[in-house]
Design a protein around this ligand. Structure first.
Ligand SMILES: Cc1ncc(C[n+]2csc(CCOP(=O)(O)OP(=O)(O)O)c2C)c(N)n1
Ligand SMILES: [Mg+2]
Length: 780
């Protein structure tokens, strides 16, 4: 690697900054103006949002970052990221030409769909930012346990943050959690362009932002004025110019940026003409250079940006507040409406000329450069970030034993069973037991993780004794915090839970070692963190969520804690396979399957919806076929006679009611069946897949029926089916479409009440009598 003189490096980086600005603007322009538009919809893209980050991203990727660093890029700066990767040779021209088209470079950086080594997907603002914080916890977790490959240096987790992203509450939830966990090696670079989507951001906010970061132990580095302005401030009366800009409201500053040199001159003459030094500055600058001076903010000044980044030499989490201009260098710089503004054809022609790009050479990596291509190439080749090429890691899978320990209690809830299974695993010295990491937002005890934590301990950077234990205060929870601990205890914030799971669930691809994350929470509060859960699944993170209590079966706690539509979330959420077992032996099968499925290339995350209702457990030893049926989504608990006209289908905690109803209807409907489902999600997915397979016109056509087709195929063509579950009935009412059999679905359609189970099941028509009634209606 050649070492460059600082001036030479600066010159090359400035060239690259222009190049990156050009390519990102052109990529968006091309997508909007030069590709045939077949549907009349605007393609979009954010030229202004890209421009404000061009300097920071150029400095980072071409000089500051190392291969082990991981970055969450502000979603709408995606074209800048793709342009940088294109220059490195990791992105293709074809994909840039197809930006925002099917198969092209993605609108927002995507781990799963982009080919150019995206570390963290972004898109829903705020989540990518928090992702870096939770990834830094994971980095420490695997480092302190020596799970990561020994030669892997510690990386910095970097977020490039839009200033308006800081309105998202999840960022502050993450900051508080990070403080508690003493996060390290974290850089958040705030693109303080003082503009959001709708307009100019509130002046009052940023007066406080820096203090908020400092409050939670961060270093705050403010990059406010560039080198030109600093030089002007040092001249006679220069301090008045500084004061004037400091006092300038965001909206006025933005408007003047848009108006340009004449606008600045008018405003400064009006306000500061009494100072001879200022008059001299105005005389010394024509409109173009005055505009350059007045818009010389540090976040768009390469030297200032490099100085700020290179000054940081320790692992203290650091927030850089980088003053920038939205649309810097573009015709609509500073205009409050520029968020989705696109250069017109004329504007682009002028911009292109200014960049020195000839017609037909728009995608050329060297067009418009003032440095020789060979020098440019050598610089790219030597960029530290690029030293290893693609930086995504791999890790071998963890072997899961053929069966998990299975509790043998005669009566148990699935939640209690879950705690016992984990507790038994905690007692083993196995690869499985060492790779499981649990986490929970202040509901570890009430979701039955207590015993696991007693054995495996809390995770922390340093050893901390359990004071209650030291003082010999009797407690069921013996929670020592050590670097060896395997439970990450979070405060009550479900967003944080899901982002922590996302970070843990990508450890194999980010940190080169595999973890088996299990997160527990109350089922209704999945909704609180739903966007973060969606975000975790979107990037293909792999984890298991275990949610209890669920449904109205929670009973006395009332409607606010009773989850109703979570089974539909489980079915509708891509990347998440959901199950709701009734019995503990089913749960043991599903946990085993889930831990394996989480690790498969084509697998997914797993959601187990459990219950606190204690049920009498069936006395049975599940055969291999029964286990496979449980994984496939359901089995006949009481098989129907072939061609039977009636069946009851149930799921989860209401299974005893279904059994009782079934016993009472078989007197009238001999041969009626009782089908216990474990996963409408799996059954539905496999049913759609089977139909698609049969519809194929090329290759080998798989005609085998889907599990649900086989199960319902035992019944007569026009059989009547009553479905019952503790959740929204829509999750099972689709069963009628499988073979055209009529379904009467029972479930919960309104907010729950407080009450005990008998009262509530009666009120919500989930009890045996209601099921029998429904059967009568179905056949009537
Ligand atoms: C959760 C979420 N809500 C809304 C949006 C729509 N949106 C995209 S960008 C944006 C404003 C972003 O402003 P800022 O973060 O300051 O970025 P800038 O474009 O100024 O760089 C909004 C509201 C989104 N992407 N995500
Ligand atoms: Mg902004």
């Amino acid at each position: 690697m050649t070492t460059l003189a600082p001036v030479q490096r600066l010159r090359l980086l400035r060239e690259l900054e222009r190049k990156v600005l050009w390519l990102s603007s052109w990529t968006i322009h091309h997508a909007n103006h030069l590709r045939p538009n077949r549907d009349g919809l605007k393609v979009g893209g954010h030229q202004a949002s890209c421009a404000s980050l061009a300097t920071v991203m150029t400095a980072l990727y071409f000089s500051v970052l190392k291969p082990e660093d991981r970055v969450a890029v502000k979603p709408h700066a995606s074209p800048v990221f793709h342009a940088i990767q294109y220059l490195f040779g990791h992105q293709t021209r074809e994909k840039l030409e197809r930006f925002r088209a099917l198969g092209g470079a993605q609108s927002y950086p995507s781990r799963t769909k982009d080919v150019d080594d995206v570390d963290f997907s972004t898109g829903s603002v705020g989540l990518g930012v928090a992702m870096t914080l939770f990834s830094s916890i994971v980095q420490d977790y695997v480092r302190l346990k020596q799970l990561a490959p020994a030669d892997r240096p510690t990386g910095r987790m970097v977020a490039l943050v839009g200033d308006a992203e800081l309105d998202e509450g999840n960022i502050f939830e993450a900051l508080l959690e990070g403080w508690k966990h003493d996060v390290r090696n974290l850089w958040w670079v705030i693109d303080y362009n003082r503009q959001s989507l709708d307009g100019v951001v509130n002046d009052r906010l940023f007066g406080r932002i820096g203090e908020m970061f400092e409050l939670v132990g961060w270093r705050v580095v403010t990059l406010k004025y560039g080198k030109l302005l600093e030089t002007a401030f040092a001249q006679p009366d220069g301090e008045h110019l500084r004061q004037w800009i400091d006092d300038c409201p965001n909206s006025l500053y933005s408007a003047l940026v848009y108006k340009g040199g004449a606008g600045w001159r008018e405003a400064l003459t009006r306000d500061l003409n009494q100072y001879p030094g200022i008059r001299r500055i105005l005389e010394q600058h024509d409109d173009v250079s005055l505009h350059r001076l007045m818009t010389n903010l540090a976040g768009n000044d390469m030297q200032a940006v490099l100085d700020a980044f290179e000054d940081v030499g320790d692992d203290t989490p650091t927030c850089f507040i980088a003053y920038t201009i939205k649309g810097q260098g573009l015709p609509f710089a500073g205009h409050k409406d520029n968020h989705s503004g696109l250069m017109t054809l004329d504007q682009m022609a002028g911009f292109k000329k200014g960049m020195g790009i000839e017609d037909g050479r728009e995608w050329d990596r060297f067009a418009g450069l003032t440095v020789p291509p060979a020098e440019f190439e050598a610089f790219l080749k030597d960029a530290p970030f690029n030293a290893e090429g693609r930086r995504r890691t791999e890790a071998p899978t963890i072997a899961i034993p053929a069966a998990l320990p299975r509790p043998t209690d005669k009566e148990s809830s699935t939640q209690a069973g879950f705690g016992k299974i984990l507790n038994a695993i905690a007692g083993e010295d196995s690869e499985l037991s060492h790779r499981i990491v649990t986490t929970s937002p202040d509901v570890s005890v009430s979701t039955n993780l207590g015993a696991w934590i007693n054995r495996r301990g809390l995770f922390g950077h340093t050893e901390a004794e359990d004071v209650f234990r030291e003082l010999k205060v009797v407690s069921a929870q013996l929670w020592r915090k050590t670097p060896r601990g395997q439970h990450i205890e979070l405060g009550i914030a479900e967003n944080n839970l899901f982002i922590q799971l996302a970070a843990l669930g990508l450890s194999h691809e980010i940190f080169g070692t595999r973890l088996l994350p299990i997160g527990t929470l109350y089922d209704p509060f999945i909704a609180r963190g739903l966007d973060a859960l969606n975000y975790a699944c979107y990037q293909d993170a792999r984890f298991m969520i275990v949610a209890t209590p669920s449904g109205v079966t929670l009973a006395p706690e009332g409607g606010a804690h009773q989850s109703i539509h979570t089974p539909l979330i489980g079915m509708g959420q891509p990347g998440l396979l959901s199950y709701e077992p009734a019995y503990v032996d089913e749960l043991a099968v599903l946990m085993r399957f889930g831990l394996e499925h989480m690790q498969q290339p084509k697998g997914s995350s797993i959601y187990l919806r459990l219950s606190t209702r204690s049920l009498q457990q069936p006395e049975r030893a599940l055969s291999a076929q029964q286990q496979a049926d449980i994984v496939d989504g359901g089995y006949w608990y009481a098989g129907p006679e072939p061609g039977a006209d009636v069946a009851i289908v149930c799921m989860g905690a209401v299974t005893p009611e279904a059994i009782a109803a079934h016993q009472s209807i078989v007197r009238d409907f001999g041969g009626a069946g009782l089908l216990v489902l474990t996963s409408p999600d799996r059954l539905h997915g496999d049913w759609l897949a089977a139909q698609r397979n049969r519809g194929r016109t090329t290759g080998t056509v798989d005609r085998s029926p889907a599990p649900i087709e086989r199960l319902l195929g035992t019944l007569s063509r026009d059989a009547r089916i009553v479905t019952v579950m503790d959740g929204h009935p829509l999750a099972l009412s689709w069963l009628g479409s499988v073979r055209g059999q009529r379904v009467v679905p029972l479930g919960i359609e309104s907010f729950g009440q407080s009450g005990d189970i008998p009262d509530l099941y009666r009120a919500y028509k989930l009890d045996a009598a209601a099921i029998v009634d429904a059967v009568a209606r179905a056949v009537g």
